[in-house]
Design a binder for this molecule. Structure first.
Ligand code: DSN
Length: 424
């Protein structure tokens, strides 16, 4: 590579990733094949439209490519329809809202500090300015159980047009059947944002919302699914090709979504990313991916146990998925989530701060520290290694004011991490 400044930065980032342990639950390490596809000549091509219906010429390879990605995605998740063009999770969610809603319509989603995502109607987002978001949340913070009675009564009163199941900060499972029953009762379309757990659904270690009658599933492709940074929308039903107006009916959802992603919301799809998505979907269809997904859960469950043994207070007291939320002030009274993130960075353990239910601290320095096991599981760490990770986390927080001790811990973690090379 001729550009030395950028080459040096790529090398430095590779070194940082290799010498540390990635605990951020939304990150992962892709395979060499995914990286190769991302860096391919497909980045040169404009392909507005869909396979067989493009605006520019020269699509003999891109059409095959996008169809392959679509077919693999459908097989992976048992969906009738897949749109693999969303540039990321936020455009995927926004496109669904725009496909189904009119300004002023109501959406029901998880409370943001209970685990809901920014794109589920945070007041600062454009979606929240267009649509009316109402909330469900956790009934008991010690178990994480959702208050389905409250959800039902708000849904019957507010009549949301979409009920959204999904989260970026919730370590427990949702009861999809209860979502389905409530949506049927109030006539809402059911949407799942499975960005965090798509790989666990693909690996068949967590249930698939589409099996419960959900109409739409959005996801990113780069978290547990271990593909390139990107998004996708899956839905049930077939694409129709009406000449004029397209009615907003459940049967028309795949067509409405396709039209909203392009030309409604995005321009040209990123074909190099679609190539990498296709590669990662094929990888996720292999039997080894099920073993990987199982190991993510086993590691998370063991890490949660070990952290509790080390005195960490976990939100909901454990995990059902790949994610663990630590209540930092309840674990170490003068350390918030942001401070914990900064301390762990110094020793090569990367985590992120996050709000916890009814957080008394502001979003930039919240109480929670969010960690997870998808990336370290890709590196090859197993349950026994979780004992060390929990011990190191405790040690780093305890020795936070002693730079010499932190440096020695960082060296120990680096030596350990280098035994587990990056896959690419
Ligand atoms: N930023 C992602 C996460 O970390 O959960 C969600 O968009």
């Amino acid at each position: 590579m001729q550009d030395k400044q950028i080459r040096d930065l790529i090398d430095a980032e590779k070194k940082r990733q290799a010498e540390g342990l990635e605990l951020i639950p939304s990150e992962n390490y892709v395979s060499g094949d995914v990286l190769t596809a991302m860096g391919s000549v497909f980045t040169n091509k404009y392909s507005e439209g869909y396979p067989g219906k493009r605006y520019y010429g020269g699509q003999e390879n891109t059409d095959i490519l996008e169809n392959l990605a679509i077919e693999r995605a459908k097989e992976l998740f048992g969906a009738d329809h897949a749109n693999v063009q969303p540039h990321s999770g936020a455009p995927a969610n926004i496109a669904v809202y725009q496909a189904w809603l009119e300004p002023g319509d109501t959406v029901m989603a998880m409370k943001l500090d209970h685990g809901g995502h920014l794109t589920h109607g945070h007041p600062i987002t454009s979606s929240a300015k267009l649509y009316n978001f109402v909330r469900y949340g956790i009934k008991d913070v010690e178990t994480g159980e959702i208050d389905y009675e409250q959800m039902r009564s708000v849904a019957l009163k507010e009549k949301p047009k979409i009920i959204l199941a999904g989260f970026s900060g919730y370590p427990r499972s949702l009861d999809y059947q209860k979502f389905k029953d409530i949506a049927d009762e109030c006539g809402a379309v059911l949407m799942a944002d499975m960005a965090h757990i798509a790989g666990l659904i693909a690996g068949k270690v967590l249930p698939n919302p589409l099996d419960f009658g959900f109409h739409i599933m959005t996801t990113t492709t780069h978290k547990t699914l271990r593909g390139p940074r990107g998004g996708m929308v899956l839905s049930q039903g077939k694409v129709s090709n009406p000449l004029r107006s397209l009615e907003k009916t459940v049967e028309n959802l795949p067509t409405l979504i396709d039209r909203e992603i392009f030309p409604g919301f995005q321009g040209g799809p990123h074909m190099h990313t679609i190539a990498a998505k296709a590669v990662s979907f094929r990888e996720a269809l292999q039997p080894e991916f099920k073993t990987y997904a199982r190991q993510i859960l086993d590691n998370a469950s063991r890490l949660a146990d070990e952290l509790q043994k080390q005195g960490f207070k976990l939100v909901t007291n454990g995990t059902d998925n790949h994610m663990i939320m630590i209540d930092m002030p309840a674990s170490f009274k003068d350390v918030n989530g942001r401070q914990a993130q900064d301390i762990l960075d110094k020793v090569g353990l990367n985590a992120n701060c996050n709000a916890i239910p009814e957080d008394k601290l502001p979003p930039y320095r919240p109480s929670g520290l969010r960690i997870g096991t998808p990336a370290i599981t890709t590196r090859g760490l197993k349950e026994k290694d979780m004992v060390l990770v929990a011990k190191w986390m405790k040690q780093a927080i305890q020795d936070r004011k002693d730079d010499a001790k932190l440096a020695s811990l960082a060296a120990e973690i680096k030596q350990f991490a280098l035994k587990f090379p990056l896959p690419s």
